[in-house]
Design a protein around this ligand. Structure first.
Ligand SMILES: *Cc1c(COP(=O)(O)O)cnc(C)c1O
Length: 411
């Protein structure tokens, strides 16, 4: 397909992908469960091994850690969604992030990263990489272009951010950040886990997009999974037999997992729209009632206009909102009530599940951050993050939320 023919909308790009039929003509693809693949002529083995005669060049697949056709299909779906040339999937989001970063960074290189990142990513950059391979990171407010530029050195190879910061839900100005990155010869890598479909960072100048598929894309909280999207050359380099992190570190996705997630991608637009519709309904009502609510779809949110400019608001403003309960004790009382009295949702980390999930970020998913880093990121101890589900009726859920807020004195 030529560039001119490539649809601009992620769901149109998904629909334009070749349909994968099952081995026996099934409407769903089959699972390629083999770890190794049969070479038909002995003489071709060396070329296949050197990657010169792959499945797209009239050769065949080689070995499952390298490349599996079922996993490849999910990679193509993610690439289509993101408008990337290529994509490949991993056993976890952190597997995708570490592989993509190590694909671009060598010993002694430098990263400029957002000061508000998923805890595991923060620990990777702040602690793991410096200790294990001498890659260092400076954390800044990535929407402060001057601070980003000031942090760049001649060893800066990557600028790293999340499309929507976790858990503070600030929107990253991707076009601006891409300009700064490219001016300093660095690549912009964006974690788009929070905003599949609603944001497509590559179209705004990002170079690499990573995902935890464990969240919205999967949607049922039953698999840990991740993906990397970028140019064909970059994804190919991650598979290199000598220095490709996907090949050498082995964060391989299982084909059974790829198959399951692949069948949920077609429902993702419908799910995202409903997550976002409910989150917006609750956020509007909470805001009107004077509760301290954070949601980028509120016109009072500092990044509302930015989201509308760079996002695709037909898929909504995301499924997450935050409530600042003022203290950790009150946030915990609210969660206890919502789960154990009202049955509104579950106290659990993670997001993108069909039911509502609630956690206190400072003492859970952001607990890797130091107290100073938490303060710098604006994550207060009473900040409750909710991933709004779509089970039950919206009015039933609102009544539950309203009663619980009343009981803990927040309404
Ligand atoms: C969950 C999450 C990750 C890590 O993904 P895993 O699949 O748990 O490895 C990375 N980034 C963000 C924004 C996440 O929410």
């Amino acid at each position: 397909m030529t560039d001119q023919m490539t649809p601009k909308d992620p769901v149109e790009r998904l629909a334009a992908l070749r349909h994968e039929f099952g081995e026996h003509g099934g409407v769903n693809m089959s699972i390629e469960a083999s770890t190794t693949f049969t070479v038909m002529e002995a003489g071709t083995m060396p070329e296949i091994f050197q990657g010169q005669l792959g499945p797209d060049d009239g050769g065949c697949y080689l070995y499952g850690r390298h490349f599996n056709p079922t996993v490849y299909v999910l990679g193509r779906q993610l690439a289509a969604m993101e408008g990337a040339q290529a994509g490949y999937c991993t056993g976890s989001g952190l597997g995708a992030i570490s592989s993509a970063l190590l694909g671009l960074l060598n010993q002694g290189d430098h990263v400029v990263a957002s000061d508000t990142l998923y805890g595991g990513t923060w620990a990777m950059l702040a602690e793991f990489f410096p200790q294990k391979c001498g890659i260092t990171t400076t954390f800044v407010d990535v929407n402060d272009s001057e601070a980003v530029a000031a942090a760049c050195t001649d060893r800066t190879k990557v600028i790293y951010c999340e499309s929507l910061s976790n858990p503070t839900l600030r929107v990253t100005n991707i076009p601006e950040l891409a300009k700064v990155a490219h001016a300093y010869g660095a690549q912009l890598m964006v974690d788009n886990t929070f905003t599949p479909l609603a944001m497509t960072p590559l179209e705004h100048g990002a170079d690499v997009v990573v995902h935890s598929l464990t969240k919205f894309v999967n949607g049922a909280s039953d698999f840990i999974a991740g993906a990397v999207c970028g140019t064909t050359e970059f994804i190919g380099s991650l598979m290199d037999l000598h220095v490709g992190p996907l090949m050498i570190l082995g964060p391989t996705m299982d084909p059974q997992v790829a198959h399951s997630i692949s069948l949920r991608v077609p429902h993702l637009p419908i799910r995202m729209i409903e997550h976002a519709r409910r989150a917006k309904l609750f956020a509007d009502r909470l805001d009107q009632a004077g509760v301290k609510v954070g949601y980028p779809g509120l016109s009072t949110h500092p990044d509302y206009e930015l989201f509308k400019t760079i996002g695709r608001s037909e898929y909504g403003f995301g499924g997450l909102l935050t409530i600042d309960a003022g203290s950790r004790e009150r946030a915990e009382a609210l969660m206890d009530d919502l789960q154990n009295t009202e049955g509104f949702g579950f106290m659990a980390v993670s997001l993108g599940y069909f039911d509502t999930l609630m956690s206190c970020s400072a003492s859970s998913t952001s607990s890797e951050l130091t107290d100073e880093a938490l303060r710098q990121a604006g994550i207060s101890p009473g900040l409750l993050r909710m991933s709004i589900g779509f089970t039950g009726s919206a009015e039933q859920r609102w009544s539950q939320l309203e009663r619980a807020l009343n009981r803990v004195g927040l309404l």
